[in-house]
Structures are given as C-alpha cells and as structure tokens.
Design a protein around this ligand. Sequence first.
Ligand code: DAH
Length: 335
Amino acid sequence: MMEGYEKAAADAEERLASAADIHAVADIERDLLGRRSQFTEAKRRLGDLDPGDRAAAGRRLNAARERVEASVAAARARLTASGRADRYEAERLDLTERLPRVVPLRRGHLHPVTQARDRLEDVFVGMGYTVAEGPEVESAWYNFEALNIPEWHPARGEFDTIFVNLGQPEEVMLRSHTSPVQIRVMENREPPIYIVAPGRTFRTDTADATHLPAFNQIEGLAVDRNITLGDLAGTIDEFVRALFGREVKARLRPSYFPFTEPSAEFDISRPDGSWLELGGCGMVHPNVLRNCGIDPEEWQGFAFGFGIDRLAVMRHDIDDIREFVNNDVRFLSQF
Ligand code: DAH
C-alpha cells in the first residue's frame, strides 16, 4: 500500500515537471492529494496496520505527500505569469553583439528612372493631382478607339504596337502609350478630374542609344469647367520650373494628335539656347470626352504625355538610354 503511494508520488513529480498548464497541475493535485485520492485511501488504511508499524508508515506517507505538494507548488510557479517571468529572466540571453566594421556598409538607392518618376509624381501631387494607374495589356478600345483613333486611322501605324495573340487579330496589345489611362479614369470618375498616370509602355522599337522597346511615360489629364489652352500652358510652365529650376523655359509648338484638338508638342530650353522636345499635349478632343460619357459642352480638358526615361537621360546627361536597363551597378550607383 505504502509502496503504491510512493510510486504514484514519484510519477507525479515527473508528470508535474512536464505539465503544460495550471489546469493539468490541478488535475494531478486532485489525483494525488484530493479527497478521493490514493493518499486519502492510504491514510485511512494506516489504521489497519499493527500499531508498531503505524508511526513509521505515517511518516513515509507524509514525506511522500510533502514531496508531491512541493512539486505542485513548483509546477504552479513555473506556469503562472510571475513564474514565467522569473524563468525568462533567468534564461535571458544577451544577443546584442557589436561587430567590427570589416566592410563599410554600402547603401543602395532607387533606380534613376524611378527617382524621376517619383519626383514627377511629387510635383504634380503638389499641384493637386492624384496618381492613377492602368493595365499594361490593353484592348484596342482603350489604346486607340476611345482615343479617337479608329481602325482606319493612319496614326495607328505610327504607334509600332506590340500585339498580343489573344482575341481578334490586333484586338489585344501591350499599351503603346499611357493615354488609355485617361479613358479608364474618365469612364470611372465624375469631373472635375486631375490625374497623372505614370507607367510602362511598349513599342516594337529596336533598342538603340535613344530607344527602348519597353519604356516609361507619364500622362496628365485635367477635366473641369472652363479649362483653356492657357491652363495647359501654365501647368507645363509650372512643372518644368519645379522640375528643372526657374531658368529652364517651356514652349508649345503646334502639332497633331488624334485625341487632342488643338494639339501641341512641348519643348524645354537647354543652357546652350537650343530646345529639346519633351512630349505631346493639347485640349482633350470632344469625341474622347463623349466616348467616356462626359458632355463636352459642359466640361473641357487638357492632356499631356511624355517619356520618363528620356527625361532622366536629359537630366543626367546620359548618352545611351540602354544603360538604364543593363543593370550595371557601377553605372547606376552614380545617380
Ligand atoms: N500618347 C502620346 C504618345 O505616346 C503622347 C501624348 C500626346 C499624350 C498628346 C497626350 C497628349 O495626353 O495630349 O505619343
């Protein structure tokens, strides 16, 4: 009988040491010390022993009980919050380590084209515009049709479009400019609208010093009441100055785009007095507004678009645009 309880008490120590929570501890405690436990049973049976053996058996029984009680208390302490905190403190490892600077840390930075894009966004956001995006794979409707370039229009040929083998022939393409984002925005929002849409664009161009088949453009669109060509010219002046400084001037030259009327190209002045062509712009063609469900009698707009990579090339005086995609860190880290 005594051996049975001592054995159970020894087992309990192990069980308590591995108990996962205080509920498990309480169960074990009830098993071994509770009113219907082996301990109570053993104590009752002490009376059956010879009086001469009783005292010694009682001592052994109490010693076993004390051991169980101590183990229960230890398990409780281990599992309660303060017990855990004490344990964590005791087991704390100092993982801070000071390494001698063997190789100086070299910080990377954003790609120069990304920097130019971010800067452009900042300038336009500062003028109250928001940034919009559109998909890189477009349908003929968004890339051409809605922009007043019907199927027969010669301008389609000028875009050197990369078509995707989906749907009808020449129905799905990699967008050849960011202008389709104008359509997507006007379809989904009520004027007044002031957005810029930077993004990747694609054409069948072979890469050379001034062309990349995948390049970046930024599109601008303003639709509001009483918008005039003067607002367009002022906006271009303002962003050119914000980007390049007060000494750089902008000028508009009459041009043609199907989606604007009138249309212009805009140039910026170079220190040597020559002009550099940057992009196209104009007053949004009434057909384009109508295609998006906007009444051209009530709303007018202007739009513009130009290449971001070209802008970065100019800004950093880079002589081969392909450097931007060679990913040679020795080149890129200069900017
Ligand atoms: N999408 C034209 C291009 O890639 C650029 C352009 C011209 C955009 C006139 C415009 C615009 O928004 O009004 O050649």
